[in-house]
Design a protein around this ligand. Structure first.
Ligand SMILES: O=C(CO)COP(=O)(O)O
Length: 241
């Protein structure tokens, strides 16, 4: 059985005070949420501790947005797996296109981070996806197959989530057609040793397109940026029909 995972990626938004305020609006909306779905909030490192306490006993899992591959060491500005696990983090985004684009993340470092996340008991959410230029050049399939090949070397596919995030659909309001997202996610699944990996779609997911996206047979969840910042809107996404 494939798990349904609905995750919010807050990126670099919300102070601790703002994150607590979000929960006050969000948690009451989850009272009728079906238990078959996992809800994850991937928040800035500085919000993790306070949210960990507030989320204890709720349906919502805590996620981080990056993890270093070493247990500890002289790596200024980085955070390790044990540091995240200790405070109750269970998911971590790895290889988001913004990390690849702005912070020098490569398929090699993505692979190291994926293996470290799993070693310390976290479930990584691996992000893959093509740019507009690559799509227009007809390179979507080859790019994604190459990313998967390189990123997943020696990675355990039993404890893994993959997010297909076409870069041109992120933050643009330009959602990938749900049929097309379904097709690419089917391609991703065909490349895996474990066909039961949860594969999400990400890119301009909103309350008004979630039902159509989740109706697609290959799509097991979503990774939501902007629309995960509003408690009522994100709750509507979590409570998709
Ligand atoms: O990057 C994303 C999630 O990781 C998607 O962002 P938006 O939902 O804001 O397009």
């Amino acid at each position: 059985m494939r798990k349904i995972v609905i995750a919010g990626n807050w990126k670099m938004f919300k102070t601790q005070a703002e994150s607590v305020e979000f929960l006050q609006g969000f948690l009451p909306e989850l009272e009728k949420t079906p238990q078959d779905r996992q809800v994850v909030l991937c928040v800035p490192f500085t919000d993790l501790s306070v949210l960990s306490k507030s989320l204890h006993g709720s349906l919502v899992n805590l996620g981080a947005q990056n993890v270093h591959w070493e247990e500890n060491g002289a790596y200024t500005g980085e955070i390790s797996g044990p540091m995240l696990a200790e405070i109750g983090v269970s998911y971590v985004i790895v290889g988001h296109s913004e990390r690849r684009q702005y912070f020098g993340e490569t398929d090699h470092t993505v692979n190291l981070r994926l293996k470290a996340a799993q070693k310390y008991g976290l479930t990584p959410i691996l992000c893959v996806g093509e740019t507009k230029q690559q799509r227009d050049a007809g390179e979507t399939e080859s790019l994604i197959i190459t990313q998967l090949e390189k990123d997943l070397v020696d990675v355990d596919q039993e404890n893994l989530v993959i997010a297909y995030e076409p870069i041109w659909a992120i933050g643009t309001g330009d959602t990938c057609e749900s049929l097309e997202a379904n097709r690419v996610i089917g391609l991703i699944r065909s490349q895996l040793r474990n066909p039961n990996v949860t594969i999400q779609y990400g890119g301009s997911v909103k309350p008004d397109n979630i039902d159509e996206i989740m109706a697609q047979p290959e799509i097991d969840g979503v990774l939501v940026g902007g629309a995960s910042l509003a408690p009522k809107g994100f709750a509507r996404i979590v409570n998709f029909h």
